[in-house]
Write a protein that binds this ligand. Structure first.
Ligand code: NAP
Length: 361
């Protein structure tokens, strides 16, 4: 590819924005040319605006340090500099909904990390290995917005990435009832231990809005397009408890499943190891080669050992065993700010580019 697509990051100074900046350093298809944040940061260099808030393990890429931060709210001005944007702003849901639509209407595709549009009926919410066909709903969204190339696509919540891919790999066995408990890292709240010291040695049994997202979003991912809208699937029903734990990165899930066609352990493990989708077939730049790994050791997956599997883009599963009440139970683990946030959005954008939805303006 000779020319890279020009990318803007809305909310570039925040935790997810920083993850986008890190993941896109040296990206073969996309180049960050614009960083935008609140009016508090606008006009400063990226380095000045972020100041001591840089939260990544790797240093801030040289190429962005001297970019002048733009104001997210100056939509036309930001949009005129880029081919598409990633959205990771933290505003109210209504404000995010409105501003993402404003960007789309400037003919700038928006690939969003935010939850604001996850239930807008003609906005696709995609995990590219699972439901890339949902991008077809974009043509109906463009009709509504009156755009030719502008649209919004979103990725789902970080909490579901440790079990929704697993249940998808087992679809042929017809899972119909699922109980999940998630053990979620503090970076999912945009925090480190420095900003949230009371999380050290602590567990908090509440994450606002998370249980509903964890129960309902997988059903939308498994839904179908009917009359220009995504209609969620009805099964498997999921009930979930979400718990904040003293971990920096990595959401773990303990999951129980009932199946209509109860499989053997060998069938389940093989289905996980063989599961792949468009990102693997097209060898997209951020695609994990192995999407789901199964670990045989009784003490895996562990956050410290496994969270970075496939550069944080893969899912690790272990402890698959028969249950006395449900059919099977397992533990899943995924990286919440990579696969669960910025990395999942970058993979969506790569899929959209490969399918011709995102091009140079
Ligand atoms: N952390 C995660 O793992 C995760 C996962 C999934 C989804 N999310 C969602 O992603 C979004 C960003 O999360 P985060 O953790 O990165 O938050 P964050 O660290 O607080 O960053 C928020 C970003 O939004 C900008 N911003 C805040 N108020 C603004 C305003 N009024 N106008 C324009 N820009 C504004 C900030 O700019 P300034 O620096 O100038 O204030 C900053 O760039 C949130 O909606 C969050 O719910 C987060």
């Amino acid at each position: 590819m000779s020319e890279k697509l020009k990318v803007g990051i809305l909310g570039a100074t925040g935790m997810v924005g920083q993850r986008f900046i890190s993941l896109l350093e040296n990206h073969p298809w996309f180049q960050v040319v614009t960083v935008a944040a609140s009016p508090r940061s606008a006009g400063k260099t990226y380095q000045e605006a972020v100041g001591g808030r840089w939260k990544m393990d790797t240093p801030m890429p040289e190429a962005v340090k001297d970019l002048i931060v733009m104001n997210v709210n100056e939509v036309e001005k930001v949009a005129s500099t880029v081919d598409f944007v990633f959205s990771a702003v933290d505003m109210t849901k209504e404000e995010i909904k409105a501003i993402e639509e404003e960007y789309a209407k400037t003919e700038t595709p928006v690939v969003s990390n935010n939850s604001a549009h996850r239930w807008t009926p003609d906005v696709p919410m995609v995990i590219p290995e699972i439901n890339p066909e949902h991008f077809e709903v974009i043509k109906h969204q463009k009709e509504r917005l009156g755009t030719k190339r502008g649209f919004i696509a979103v990725k789902p919540n970080c909490s579901i990435q440790s079990y929704a891919p697993v249940l998808t790999a087992w679809k042929e066995f017809e899972p119909y009832e699922v109980v999940a408990t998630t053990y979620q890292a503090i970076s999912g709240a945009g925090k480190t231990f420095k900003d949230w010291p009371e999380m050290e040695h602590n567990i908090i049994p509440y994450i606002g809005g998370e249980e509903e997202k964890s129960e309902k979003e997988p059903l939308r991912i498994w839904g179908t397009i009917q009359n220009g809208e995504i209609v969620p699937a009805k099964e498997p029903v999921i009930t979930c408890q979400c718990v904040r734990v003293p971990i920096l990165n990595g959401h773990t899930a303990a999951v129980f499943v009932k199946f209509r066609k109860k499989p053997t352990k060998e069938q389940l493990v093989n289905a996980l190891r063989e599961f792949k989708g468009i990102p693997q077939e097209l060898q997209l730049p951020s695609a994990p080669k192995q999407f789901i790994q199964y670990l045989e050791e009784d003490n895996r997956p562990q956050v410290t050992a496994d969270v970075d599997f496939e550069h944080g883009m893969g899912v690790s599963v272990g402890r698959l065993r028969e249950d006395t009440v449900y059919d099977w139970k397992f533990i899943g683990l995924s990286h919440n700010t990579v696969r669960g946030a910025a990395g999942g959005a970058v993979l969506c954008a790569e899929t959209l580019k490969a399918k011709g939805y995102i091009q140079a303006k």
